[in-house]
Design a protein around this ligand. Structure first.
Ligand SMILES: [Zn+2]
Length: 254
C-alpha cells in the first residue's frame, strides 16, 4: 500500500497569503504545505481523502492517474473546495464515487449545485455517484474495506477512515473511547496536530500525543499543521520516537 501526503497544512495553507511570519518565509520545501489531503493506493483501489482548494496542484504533483473513490471527512472548505477539479478524472473514468456523511452530501449539493444537476446539465460539468457514510457501517471500494471512524471537530461531526492497517483522522478535537478501540494498535496513524497552543476545534501537540498514547500505533504522522507550530525541522525535534511530522509529497510504502 502507498500513502502519499497530498497536503499537510491547515485551512490557509503555508505560506499564508501576505504573511511575513518566519515559517511562511522559510525556504525549506517541508515548510510549504498545501491544504490537507491524502492519497491511499492499495492493490485494489486508489482512494483520495478530501478534495480541498489545492486538489488540482496535488493531482499534478503526485501524478495520480485514477480515483476509484473520493472520501470526505467533513464539509469545511479546506477539505471540499476543489471538487470541480475532479473533471479530468470524470472525463476519463465516468462519474466519480463520492463517500461522505449525508449532511456533507447535502452541503456539497448546495455549494456545487451544477454538479448535482440532473436536467439540462452543462456538458463540461463533472458527475459524481453519491454514497452515504454512516457510523458503524464499513463499506467497500472495489474490494477494499473502509471503516469509518466517528469523531468531533468542536461540535461538528467528522469521519476518519481506517483502510487495512492505516488510520487517517483529521480535524479531530474529541473522540469517544469506543472509536479509539476500533483503531488500537494500528500500523500507521495519521492525525491532525495544529500547533502547541490549544485550539477550540483541533488537537494541539499535547492532545495529539495523549491520543497517540491511547491508540499505540507503530508509527504516527502529524498533519493539518499551522505555520504557528513552527519550522518542520524544529517540530520534529520535539516529538517522541516513531512520531513524525508529515510533509507535502511524502510517500510511504507499507
Ligand atoms: Zn481542516
Amino acid at each position: 500500500m502507498k500513502i502519499y501526503f497530498l497536503g499537510t497544512g491547515t485551512s490557509q495553507g503555508i505560506p499564508v497569503i501576505g504573511s511575513h511570519h518566519s515559517v511562511c518565509l522559510s525556504s525549506d520545501e517541508k515548510d510549504k504545505r498545501l491544504r490537507v489531503s491524502v492519497w491511499i493506493e492499495t492493490e485494489k483501489a486508489s482512494i483520495i481523502i478530501d478534495c480541498g482548494p489545492d486538489f488540482r496542484q496535488q493531482m499534478l504533483n503526485s501524478m495520480c492517474q485514477k480515483v476509484d473513490a473520493l472520501l470526505f471527512t467533513h464539509e469545511h472548505a479546506d477539505h471540499t473546495a476543489g471538487l470541480d477539479d475532479i473533471r479530468p478524472f470524470y472525463f476519463k473514468q465516468g462519474p466519480i464515487p463520492v463517500y461522505a456523511h449525508q449532511r456533507v452530501l447535502k452541503n456539497l449539493e448546495k455549494r456545487f449545485d451544477y454538479i448535482f444537476e440532473t436536467e439540462n446539465k452543462y456538458p463540461g460539468a463533472p458527475s459524481i455517484i453519491e454514497n452515504e457514510v454512516k457510523v458503524d457501517q464499513p463499506f467497500l471500494v472495489n474490494d477494499e474495506l473502509i471503516i469509518p471512524i466517528d469523531a468531533l471537530h468542536g461540535s461538528l461531526q467528522v469521519f476518519g477512515y481506517k483502510i487495512q492497517d492505516v488510520v487517517y483522522l483529521t480535524d479531530v478535537k474529541t473522540i469517544e473511547s469506543s472509536e479509539i478501540e476500533k483503531i488500537k494498535d494500528c500500523k500507521v496513524l495519521i492525525i491532525n496536530c495544529l500547533r502547541e497552543e490549544p485550539h477550540a476545534t483541533h488537537f494541539n501537540l499535547e492532545e495529539a500525543l495523549h491520543f497517540i498514547s491511547l491508540v499505540r500505533p507503530k508509527t504516527t504522522y502529524l498533519t493539518h499543521i499551522s505555520h504557528l507550530f513552527g519550522f518542520h525541522e524544529e517540530i520534529q525535534k520535539k516529538l517522541p520516537v516513531n512520531v513524525f511530522v508529515a510533509y507535502d509529497n511524502l510517500e510511504i510504502n507499507i
